[in-house]
Design a protein. Structure first.
Length: 141
């Protein structure tokens, strides 16, 4: 199964670190914590900034949260990164045989179930905040 990009977990890591170390988190500091290339961090931070979750000051200024960690849900992060389009978490095989009784109806029949599964995932992500994640790893502002 194809996994959702690691950008999501990196973004949650990034937001948690920024919450703990406001104005000290440059792309390089975050990259060291995540243990990845700073270019990847800058791309993710750009998405988080576009979504209104962080402010980034170039140079040594670092980044800061624009919302309280208790007000940023994992769904906010998921959507900020444009992990998948609405209703598009699951892909369908192309061109099933329309003359086959299964091939003719499989996408129509399966799509509703898969949309429901994606909705359940998004509802769960909406119930968990960055603050809750920080609390679970015993880190606070």
């Amino acid at each position: 199964m194809r996994q959702i990009s690691s950008r999501f977990s990196i973004a949650v890591h990034t937001l948690s670190l920024i919450a703990v170390m406001p104005n000290e988190c440059t792309g390089d500091v975050i990259a060291q914590s995540v243990n990845t290339n700073p270019v990847i961090i800058r791309r993710i931070m750009s998405k988080l900034k576009q979504a209104g979750l962080i402010d980034v000051r170039p140079g040594v200024g670092g980044a800061s949260l624009l919302k309280d960690p208790a007000d940023i849900t994992l769904l906010d992060v998921y959507r900020a990164l444009e992990v998948v389009e609405d209703g598009e978490l699951f892909n369908f095989h192309k061109h099933p045989n329309p003359k086959c009784p299964v091939g003719n109806m499989i996408e129509h029949t399966l799509r509703a179930e898969l949309i429901e599964a994606q909705t359940a995932l998004e509802q769960r992500l909406n119930r968990v905040t960055i603050q809750q994640m920080m609390d679970q790893i015993h880190v606070s502002e």
